[in-house]
Design a protein around this ligand. Structure first.
Ligand code: NAP
Length: 474
């Protein structure tokens, strides 16, 4: 682990192992932070905070810019490490590196633009001075599915804003964060600004610091279930929180859509990261007049996908992250099949080693099926038919989630209606990917609070302070 600018062992030299999901073989042992280690890491962040908040925005910006260049220069090293510990195909890992590095560049640019405002009160009696101040020491908790992107999407705006941090990476994929930490230190990030605590006991390590009054913010990406628990813990000291939680994205195909484009979009929205993305299309709602054509074309494309280890350049679908995830995906498929769903392709786990599951297309899915309500987090596409636009919107919105949605239509007015009617933080209109470092990423309803990326991303790490100044003419 890393805190106070030094690499350290855990208390009692505790370690845990990281595995390759394609081979199930161990890759490395890392320090296993205890609650005492977590408190020591927070101490380092607290000690560094005052000086860091006063560091010139240009200095913070240039550290991020150097880190952007270093991550880009070491893209292959990062990509192989992501593939090794997380399993995604190398081409997707390279795309993740580019996406992740862009957060460093974007927030290098935003660091010098976080200004407040100055005005006159309506009665003319005072001047209003509004400034933005770093929130303070922040706890960042990241998931395993995008080990580099989820880290830079939080670290870059926190650095830009002048916050110090404790990062707790996912236990399944801590290695990428540790390499990023090295790169940021080499780029000139001062000791104590970023502290990293891998741990196999997340609940204990996080509980040890989340109620500490010196911690000022929590930024969490992960499941809604864990998010709810952390929100409850954060309420003890009314901690400022940003929550990027789960999704259940609808993918709508209307009768006027370009079906070939919709199939291409569906493949990216469903199969990127083997379906293990919070923005992954979870339900395909297709107009009854084009459902047969869409299903046939999607099935044909998906059946040709090559499943294998991510390190093999011919692989298009890597393994799922672990056995529990694969079992959950298969249970959801079995539940749908028991309720009458027809398997068009895929539908059963592949032999190991490795947690492989083939791309799967299901039709005739009963509305009561669990996979329409729960996040599948695997390469399974359930297709259901609709008749009218209103029916499609009602079905799309019938979930407690509201992270991403996709719609294919050639009708611009319909596109604008969907923008207004769909309860979603992000809409892909005739595109299968919504993520962009320059755009505000985040959800409505139980998909979360706050936004990452865009102009909005840095605001999560800034608080507003206002000073009333007496009338200079009085
Ligand atoms: P998860 O189980 O909620 O874990 C996320 C992080 O929280 C991990 O670092 C985990 O540590 C930690 N954690 C788990 N239990 C905890 C507890 N009781 N106290 C404190 N920390 C705890 O989610 P995941 O399986 O890693 O990731 C998949 C989920 O993330 C999906 O629901 C997906 O939709 C969501 N996600 C959302 C976004 C978004 O931007 N909205 C992006 C990516 C993923 P361990 O690794 O040790 O369990």
């Amino acid at each position: 682990m890393y805190y106070g600018g030094q690499w350290r062992d855990a208390q009692g030299a505790r370690t845990f192992q990281v595995f390759d999901p394609a081979t199930e073989l161990p890759l490395a042992s890392v320090a296993d932070a205890t609650p005492a280690d977590a408190r020591a890491a927070l101490n380092s962040a607290v000690v560094a905070q005052r000086h860091w908040a006063r560091t010139a925005p240009r200095t913070r910006s240039e550290i991020l810019r150097r880190a952007f260049e270093a991550v880009t220069a070491r893209a292959e090293e990062f990509a192989s490490l992501i593939t090794l510990e997380m399993g995604k195909p190398l081409a997707e890992a390279r795309a993740e590196v580019t996406y992740s590095a862009e957060f460093l560049r974007w927030f290098a640019e935003e660091a010098v633009r976080a200004n407040g405002r100055f005005g006159t009160a309506p009665d003319g009696k005072t001047r209003l001075l509004v400034n933005k101040h770093p929130v303070g020491p922040t706890l960042l908790i990241t998931p395993w599915n995008f080990p580099l992107a989820m880290a830079t999407r939080k670290i870059a705006p926190a650095v830009a804003a002048g916050c110090t941090m404790v990062l707790k990476p996912a236990a399944l994929t801590p290695l990428t964060s540790l390499l990023l930490t090295r790169v940021l230190a080499e780029a000139g990030l001062p000791p104590g600004v970023l502290n990293v605590i891998p741990t196999s006991s997340a609940a204990e390590a996080v509980s040890a610091i989340i109620t500490d009054p010196r911690l000022r913010k929590l930024s969490f990406t992960g499941s809604t279930q864990v998010g709810r628990r952390l929100l409850a813990e954060s309420s003890t000291q009314v901690l400022r929180t940003s929550m990027e939680l789960g999704g259940n994205a609808p993918f709508l195909v209307f009768d006027d859509a370009d079906i070939d484009a919709a199939v291409e979009g569906a493949i990216v929205a469903k199969l990127r990261n083997m379906g293990q993305a919070c923005t992954a299309a979870n339900r395909f709602l297709v107009h009854e007049s084009v459902a047969a054509e869409f299903t046939d074309k999607l099935t044909e494309r998906v059946a040709a996908f090559v499943v294998g280890p991510g390190s093999d350049p011919t692989t298009q679908i890597g393994p799922l992250i672990d056995e529990a995830s694969r079992r959950k995906v298969h249970d959801l498929v079995l539940d749908a099949v028991e309720r009458g769903a027809v398997v068009r392709v895929g539908g059963a786990p592949l032999p190991g080693p490795g947690h492989f599951y083939p791309p799967t297309v299901l039709t005739d899915v009963d509305p009561g099926s669990r996979l329409l309500r729960e996040e599948i987090f695997g390469p399974v596409a359930p297709i259901i038919r609709f008749g009218t636009e209103d029916e499609a919107i009602a079905a799309a919105n019938s979930t407690e989630y509201g992270l991403a949605a996709y719609a294919y239509t050639r009708d611009t007015a319909r596109g604008l209606r969907l923008m207004e009617e769909l309860e979603t933080g992000m809409l892909g209109l005739n595109v299968g990917v919504v993520s962009n470092p320059a755009a505000p990423f985040g959800g409505v309803k139980q998909s979360g609070l706050g936004r990452e990326g865009g102009f909005e991303g840095i605001e999560e790490y800034l608080e507003i302070r206002y000073t009333a100044v007496s009338d200079p003419y009085a």
